[in-house]
Design a protein around this ligand. Structure first.
Ligand SMILES: [Zn+2]
Ligand SMILES: [Zn+2]
Length: 338
C-alpha cells in the first residue's frame, strides 16, 4: 500500500473547529482584559462617576426602586381652587377648579428607546410613581411639553385611559398616531385653546424638541399657562435661563409656577436646562406666590447628585423658601389657598 498518511475528513474538520474556538476564546479574553483595564482606569480617575449612563447603572445595581415618600390623597384636591400632586419627574397631577390635567406622564420603570426584543433601553427610575395609572382620577387633559424620553413615555401613554384630550406641541404626529387617543389637540407657540372649560396658552422656552440626536424631524416644545375661572398656573417646559416667563405672566398673571429642576451638570447642559439659581430667578419674574419645583430625584439624567437641585434651591430662596416652595417630595400635594 502506498500513499501519504492523510487524516480522514472528520478529523481535519475537528482540528479546524478547535482552531476557530481557540481564536474566539483568545478574542473574548482580550476584550475582557481591555474592558477591565478601561473600567479600572475610569474608576481610578473618577470618570466612572461622570459618565451619566454609568451613574444610572451603578445606582441600579446598588438600590432597588424605592417607593414614593408620600401618597397623594386626590379627594382633597378638588374644589374651587388649584391643587397639584407631584407623581414623579415632570408628571404633575393638577386640578384647576374641578378639571384634571396630567403633565408629561412617565409611569414606566424605564424611559428610553423602545426595542422589539429587550423592551425599553434607558434610565431606570429610582422612585416609584406616587400614584399608579389605575389610581388616577378621570383626566380631562393630558399635556405633553415635548417629546424627550423623560417627558413622553410612549408605553405609559398607550396604557392611559383615552377619554382625555391629548395636548401636544407641533411635530409629534408620528408619535401620537399609535397611542389610541381620539382627541388630540396640537398647539403652537402663541396659540390658545379651550378644552373642557380650561384655557390653555402655549409659548416657548430655551430647549429643543427632537426626541433623538439622529432625528431630522423638527418637533416643537411648549410651556403652558392653564387657567379656569380666575385661577391659573404656569407649567414651564425644560429650559435654560430665559426671561420669557416674566414677559408672559405680565400679560397672564399666574397663582403658581411649575419649573423643572435639575440636569445642570455637566455645565454644557445649561444650554438647555437651568440651575436652581436660574429657576429661582425665573420664578421671581413670574410674580407667582407659589413655586412648584419638579423634574428631579426620579431619573438619573445628569451628573449632579440626586438631592443637589433641591438643596441649591433651598439655599437660593433663603428665608422665602418655606412660604413659597410648596412641593418638596414626590407624592406631596399642594392645595392653593392653604
Ligand atoms: Zn427635555
Ligand atoms: Zn427633562
Amino acid at each position: 500500500m502506498t500513499g501519504d498518511f492523510i487524516s480522514p475528513p472528520s478529523l481535519k474538520g475537528r482540528a479546524a473547529l478547535r482552531r476557530i474556538v481557540k481564536r474566539i476564546m483568545a478574542l473574548v479574553v482580550f476584550t475582557l482584559v481591555v474592558v477591565i483595564l478601561l473600567a479600572v482606569t475610569l474608576a481610578a480617575t473618577g470618570w466612572f462617576r461622570r459618565i451619566i449612563p454609568f451613574r444610572g447603572v451603578a445606582h441600579e445595581i446598588a438600590h432597588p426602586i424605592s417607593p414614593a415618600r408620600l401618597t397623594p390623597d386626590i379627594k382633597t384636591m378638588t374644589g374651587d381652587r388649584i391643587s397639584a400632586a407631584w407623581i414623579g419627574h415632570a408628571t404633575l397631577l393638577i386640578n384647576i377648579r374641578g378639571k384634571w390635567i396630567l403633565t408629561d406622564p412617565a409611569f414606566s420603570e424605564r424611559v428610553g428607546v423602545e426595542t422589539p426584543w429587550i423592551g425599553v433601553i434607558g434610565q431606570r427610575r429610582i422612585v416609584e410613581p406616587a400614584l399608579s395609572m389605575e389610581q388616577l382620577p378621570k383626566l380631562d387633559i393630558i399635556a405633553i411639553t415635548h417629546a424627550h424620553m423623560d417627558h413622553m413615555d410612549l408605553p405609559a401613554l398607550r396604557k392611559l385611559p383615552k377619554d382625555a384630550t391629548l395636548l401636544v406641541p407641533n411635530g409629534l404626529e408620528d408619535l401620537t398616531a399609535g397611542l389610541g387617543f381620539s382627541k388630540i389637540e396640537e398647539i403652537r407657540w402663541g396659540e390658545e385653546r379651550e378644552i373642557e372649560g380650561v384655557k390653555i396658552y402655549a409659548f416657548g422656552a430655551r430647549h429643543w424638541g427632537e426626541r433623538t440626536p439622529w432625528e431630522k424631524k423638527t418637533r416643537g416644545y411648549n410651556s403652558y399657562v392653564f387657567s379656569n375661572g380666575g385661577k391659573s398656573l404656569l407649567f414651564a417646559s425644560d429650559t435654560a435661563y430665559t426671561d420669557v416667563f416674566g414677559a408672559v405672566t405680565k400679560q397672564r398673571p399666574v397663582d403658581a409656577a411649575v419649573f423643572n429642576l435639575g440636569a445642570y451638570e455637566p455645565k454644557w447642559f445649561r444650554q438647555a436646562h437651568s440651575t436652581s439659581a436660574d429657576v429661582w430667578k425665573m420664578f421671581k419674574q413670574t410674580g407667582a406666590k407659589t413655586l412648584l419645583p419638579i423634574h428631579w430625584g426620579t431619573f438619573i439624567i445628569s451628573q449632579e447628585t440626586i438631592d443637589d437641585p433641591m438643596l441649591w434651591l433651598r439655599a437660593e430662596a433663603g428665608a422665602e423658601f418655606d412660604g413659597t416652595v410648596k412641593i418638596r417630595y414626590i407624592g406631596e400635594v399642594w392645595r392653593g389657598g392653604e
